[in-house]
Each structure stands twice: as C-alpha cells, then as structure tokens.
Design a protein around this ligand. Structure first.
Ligand SMILES: NC(=O)c1ccc[n+]([C@@H]2O[C@H](COP(=O)([O-])OP(=O)(O)OC[C@H]3O[C@@H](n4cnc5c(N)ncnc54)[C@H](OP(=O)(O)O)[C@@H]3O)[C@@H](O)[C@H]2O)c1
Length: 310
C-alpha cells in the first residue's frame, strides 16, 4: 500500500484527499516507480472543478497529475533498457503522477540525468512540452525579437529560455519581483498590464517578430497591436482571442513528449536551462499546493515532494 491523491467528485480544492491505495505490480511492458517529486499544473484545477468535463471528463475515483520523477522499483516482462534502481523522469496521461507509487508503460519514462534536480525533473513534462510547442509554433529563429507573456510561469520561464537559446532577443513580461531572474537568463523583462504595447515598443523600437502568450488576458490583442504576423502569435491561454484574431494555439499535444523531455533534461544537466521552483509541498499538503497555484503568481514550478530523495 502507498499514498495517492484522489478525488471522488468535481469541486473545490477540498475534494482532494490523500488515501492509501494498493500498489499495482507492473505487467508486460510496464515499470513501477517510487515517486520522489510530482509537479502540479493549472489545467488540473479545471479538470478537478469539472470545468473541462466536455473535453477531458474525469472518472471517479480519479487520480491526479501528469508530471513525476522517481526511482524504478519493479520492472515487468518484456521491458528493455530500464532497470530497478534507475532514476527516471515520467509523463503520465492517466492522472496518476501524484502518488508514492506509479505503475506505467516503460516508454513513459526517460532516464533522469544526474545533474537534473529532483524538483525540476518531477515538474518538467507539461510545462516543458508546452514551452517547446510554443517556441516551435512561432518558429523562433536566431536574430528574432520575441515577446513571451507570462514569462515567470511554469511554461513561460522555459519558453523564454528556449527562445534565448535559439538566438532570439526575448522581451519577457512579469511582475517586478521576477525581473532580476529574467535578466539573469538573458531576457529583457517588462511589467505586464495597462500600456504593455507601448512599453514593448520603447524597448524594441524595430518591432517584434513573434509573440508567445502563456497567460491570456489581452496579450493576443497586444501582439496584434504590435503588428506581429498572426501565424507567429501563439496563445495557450486565450481561446476567444485565438478565434477572434486567427492566431495559433499550439500546445503540448503538438510535440513528442519523450523527445522533448530527453532534450530538456540534457539542457538542464548541462546547466543551459534552469527550472526555478516557486514552492514545494509534501504530498499530504496537496490542497495547499493547489491553493498556492491558484494565486497564479511566482517564479517557476510548484512541486509536491512525495518521498525522500535517494
Ligand atoms: N494548451 C496546452 O497544452 C497547455 C499546457 C500547459 C499549460 N497551459 C495553460 O497555459 C497557462 C500557463 O500555464 P503555467 O503552468 O505556466 O501557469 P503558472 O505557472 O501558474 O503561471 C503563473 C505565472 O503567471 C504570471 N502572471 C500572472 N498574471 C499575469 C498577467 N496578467 N500577465 C502575464 N503573466 C501573468 C505570473 O507572473 P508573476 O509572478 O510575474 O506575476 C506567474 O509567474 C495556463 O492557463 C495553463 O492552463 C496550456
């Protein structure tokens, strides 16, 4: 038996509970992972509240979470290249990540390089795949000027760095308290809110080539006002803006998560990509973790520390 997050009905954060469940031994092609860290993401709030029922219905009792990292403790038949004791980064599409024990297809884990911290590894999948999708969607090239809106968030902080690594000048919107970090990763920070388009024009008077919106709330309008080509504007948070202006809306579903995770883990281990951690919570405090996430401010990822690091 081990602990796992469950909810039995749609609702506010208090429907979440941590219960004892039976560990499932891996079948053919599967592995079992003792989870060390598991990230949390805003989309999970919408699923748990039932707001996404039409698109992604829950079946009850539901588990929760997609991102995790841990150590392989059991290997099923017909699994090659993965052994007990391996450190791995996992990506679940079965809402099973927020648990001490995850049994999953062996091809849903990749090796965790030694240099990748556990909290970063455990919160990489959703934010990392989405950041890659955003940067690919707007075709960031060397010499481009790119705006990343919501640059301090889980997706934005990675999209910002990927665009910098691709050779772009990146204007990054965030609250003042996150500007020092954004400067340290090679971006040009600017405060979001009223007057944003004018502030961006002042910083980059020659114009903006591409715009990545990870927050919604008028950013698509700002991108259009700046004269960015619509097929180089991508939003993951503004469906109405996307429809109204005919901009792109590529998200994580447009990339191969396995390839992206291997690449991002390599960059983190090489010291070329940083995953700041805004806050950590023990698994038992999963409700508090989502309350913190719901505030929608802070630098980087919020992570559940599930078991002690090996
Ligand atoms: N389609 C997909 O595949 C996909 C996948 C993942 C996520 N998403 C969506 O993408 C969005 C971002 O996800 P996330 O994980 O990055 O969220 P997150 O980590 O919770 O984002 C929090 C960040 O939002 C920033 N923020 C708050 N108000 C802002 C504003 N008015 N303008 C700009 N930034 C603002 C905050 O910056 P400060 O602290 O500086 O205020 C904070 O760093 C969510 O809506 C999520 O549902 C879509």
């Amino acid at each position: 038996m081990s602990k796992a997050v469950r909810f039995d009905r749609y609702g506010a954060v208090d429907v979440l509970k941590v219960v004892e469940v039976e560990d499932r031994s891996p079948g053919a092609g599967e592995v079992r992972v003792r989870v060390v860290a598991a990230g949390i993401n805003p989309g999970e709030i919408g699923i748990r509240e039932g707001a996404l029922h039409e698109r992604w219905p829950a079946t009850f009792p539901s588990g929760q979470g997609s991102d995790f990292a841990g150590v392989i403790v059991e290997v099923g038949d017909r699994v090659d290249g993965v052994a007990v004791g391996d450190d791995v980064i996992g990506f679940s599409d079965q809402r099973s990540a927020q648990a001490e024990s995850v049994t999953i297809a062996a091809d849903r884990v990749i090796p965790k390089p030694h240099g990748v911290p556990w909290d970063a590894a455990g919160s990489l999948y959703i934010a990392g795949s989405t950041a890659r999708a955003c940067v690919d969607a707007v075709r960031v090239r060397r010499g481009d000027t790119v705006v990343v809106a919501g640059a301090a968030g889980g997706v934005g902080i990675l999209a910002t760095q990927l665009a910098v690594l691709a050779g772009a000048a990146v204007v990054a919107t965030a609250s003042k308290e996150n500007h020092a970090f954004l400067t340290s990763i090679g971006a040009i920070p600017v405060e979001y809110g009223k007057g944003l388009a004018d502030r961006i024009r002042k910083i980059v008077p020659d114009g903006v080539d591409a715009f990545i919106d990870t927050h919604g709330d008028g950013n698509v309008e700002v991108a259009v006002a700046l004269g960015v080509d619509r097929d180089r504007i991508n939003t993951i948070a503004d469906l109405a803006g996307r429809k109204k202006y005919g901009v792109k809306g590529d998200g994580m579903a447009t990339v191969s998560p396995r390839e992206v995770l291997i690449d991002l883990a390599r960059l983190i281990a090489a010291g070329e990509l940083r995953v700041p951690i805004a806050a950590t919570f023990p698994l038992d405090q999963v409700r508090a973790a989502y309350e913190r996430l719901g505030k929608r401010h802070g630098l980087g990822k919020i992570v559940l520390e599930v078991s002690p690091e090996p």
